[in-house]
Design a protein around this ligand. Structure first.
Ligand code: TRP
Length: 345
């Protein structure tokens, strides 16, 4: 069921990079949990591609998945601010609120109502077996698991199906959710008549961009370069990145993973292979490597910072409000079709 994105090429270390490819059209839905600032891993993994799909003429929907935040934490602090700063991250990356729609789960009642019939279409065994949910439960390390954690993949199906998305750009970890979404659409149609198409996953071969300590780049691990970081913050973080004392810079992911990771990051920013970046630096050592990476990262972030500066916090609130109003119209329409098919409503 997964379509390997024709619009996506596999770059160094399996990272996706926007590349020339056939035009894709249709409706695209994707989103993120507002749990903290988006970082370079998000940018190269998915955000740059979303903007590319938007530029190709796809109708882009981005969900600020606020209801997914409460799957593994009790009462997130500053949720309002986390939501608007994620909207600002999107806008800064070039998601254009004219053609594209940014909305929040919690502002679209009819989307959430789809959860009720959808839950009747899945078995508890299916929910128990979802490998991504199992992994999230393991990572959360909590003494009990709430009901939303077990059922949020069904809610995510509502995210995708309320707007009848054709394409869902995701990383590999989200494929079980896409498979479930397709099952729900198929079962609904079989039981009540044809309402939903079957969305396709647009699978980027997203490798994991490592953070500055060699672990996966992650906000919660404190090893990420955030899209909102200032040039100085980027410089300080990269100065602290782990390297080694061999002055000859080579791309050797097995034996020198930290150096390799910085070369990958520079390569992504410069549109070069990590090997080519290594050749440029030669015997310049870690200091030169860090200088190159810092400049490359700051060059990528410069236009993102410039776009961000064009928006105030009130703009993000207003854009989310307008996007949510548009999502509500579409969700109301889909819910009406669902109710009609089910003889409800
Ligand atoms: N579960 C996704 C994540 O954790 C976020 C998300 C919510 C999503 N709804 C979605 C992704 C719908 C794709 C489609 O990253």
């Amino acid at each position: 069921m997964a379509t390997t994105a024709p619009a996506v090429t596999t770059g160094p270390a399996g990272m996706t990079a926007p590349a020339a490819g056939p035009m894709l059209t249709g409706r695209v839905l994707t989103g993120d949990r507002p749990t903290g600032g988006l970082h370079l891993g998000h940018y190269f993994g998915t955000l740059a591609n979303r903007v590319r799909l938007q530029q190709q003429g796809c109708e882009l929907f981005v969900v600020v998945a606020d209801y997914q935040v409460i799957t593994d934490r009790d009462r997130p602090e500053n949720l309002r601010q986390l939501r608007t700063s994620m909207v600002l991250d999107y806008l800064a990356c070039g998601i254009d609120p004219g053609p594209s729609t940014i909305f929040a789960h919690s502002a679209v009642p009819a989307l959430n109502q789809l959860l009720v019939p959808f839950l009747s279409l899945v078995s508890t065994g299916e929910l128990d077996r979802n490998p991504t949910v199992k992994e999230e439960i393991r990572l959360a390390g909590r003494s009990s698991v709430n009901g939303l954690m077990m059922t949020y993949p069904v809610h995510q199906a509502a995210d995708i199906l309320f707007c009848k998305a054709d394409l869902v750009p995701v990383g590999k970890d989200q494929l079980p959710h896409l498979e479930l979404t397709r099952s729900i659409a198929r079962r609904f149609n079989d039981r009540y008549g044809p309402v939903f198409g079957l969305p396709e996953a647009l699978l980027g071969e997203v490798g994991t961009l490592l953070g500055l300590d060699g672990r996966k780049m992650s906000k919660s691990l404190g090893n990420a370069i955030a899209l909102a970081d200032s040039p100085d913050q980027v410089a300080v973080k990269l100065r602290g990145a782990r390297t080694d004392s061999d002055r000859r810079i080579r791309y050797q992911p097995q034996s020198r993973p930290e150096v390799a990771n910085l070369l990958i990051l520079a390569g992504l920013c410069l549109g070069l292979d990590p090997q080519q970046v290594a050749d440029r630096i030669g015997a310049g050592g870690a200091a030169e490597l860090k200088r190159v990476v810092t400049d490359a990262v700051n060059d990528v972030l410069a236009p993102i910072r410039a776009r961000r500066a064009g928006y105030g916090p009130d703009d993000a609130v207003e854009i989310l409000r307008r996007g949510s109003a548009r999502a509500r119209e579409i969700a109301d329409q889909t819910l009406a079709e669902v109710n009609a098919a089910m003889e409800m409503g």
